[in-house]
Design a protein around this ligand. Structure first.
Ligand SMILES: [Ca+2]
Length: 170
């Protein structure tokens, strides 16, 4: 059972080009940014953050929380195939929004909906240093009982903790 929780991005979380801003925050909690590596899991993750608390309008589209996807293709290019998940899941499922991924250099992945106010479980590639993304989803490989004390430092940003039983491909 992997436990997952949606949290607001801490203001002290560093951004930078090495990964999503919340990545070190997730690691500090003993977890990692969640991976939507199947249709069912992606829908489950979206259900955790289907709330404007975790989204903003940019103002042309709805930009949602970070996921743990990152680009593995050649520098200076972009494609929908060369991606991986921080949790090690196989990249065998994708749910890109229309026209995504687009820009080279936008090497990390977020929930994104085409159009103002359009929260969707579809994906966009975005620059890792984007400071406006409000939310992220943490996942643990096993049920973190007791929960890491640091988890509660996220305070009011937490939407909930939910379990997900994955069936890994062997
Ligand atoms: Ca993009």
């Amino acid at each position: 059972m992997a436990a997952m929780v949606a949290g607001m991005r801490p203001s002290t979380s560093p951004g930078g080009s090495t990964g999503p801003g919340p990545r070190p925050a997730a690691q500090a909690l003993g977890g990692t940014l969640a991976g939507g590596s199947s249709a069912g899991l992606n829908s489950f993750l979206f259900s955790l953050i289907d709330d404007w608390t975790y989204w903003y309008n940019d103002p042309w589209n709805a930009l949602g929380p970070w996921l743990g996807g990152f680009y593995t293709g050649p520098s200076g290019s972009m494609d929908p195939v060369n991606w991986a998940w921080l949790n090690g899941d196989p990249y065998s499922y994708s749910n890109w929004a229309a026209g995504e991924p687009n820009m080279a250099g936008e090497t990390v992945l977020q929930f994104f909906g085409n159009g103002l106010g359009n929260m969707q479980p579809t994906w966009n590639n975005l620059g890792a240093d984007n400071g406006a993304v409000k939310g992220y989803i943490v996942e643990w490989a096993s049920n973190p009982v007791p929960l890491p004390g640091a988890l509660w430092l996220l305070g009011s940003g937490l939407l909930g903790l939910a379990g997900w039983r994955r069936s890994r491909q062997k």
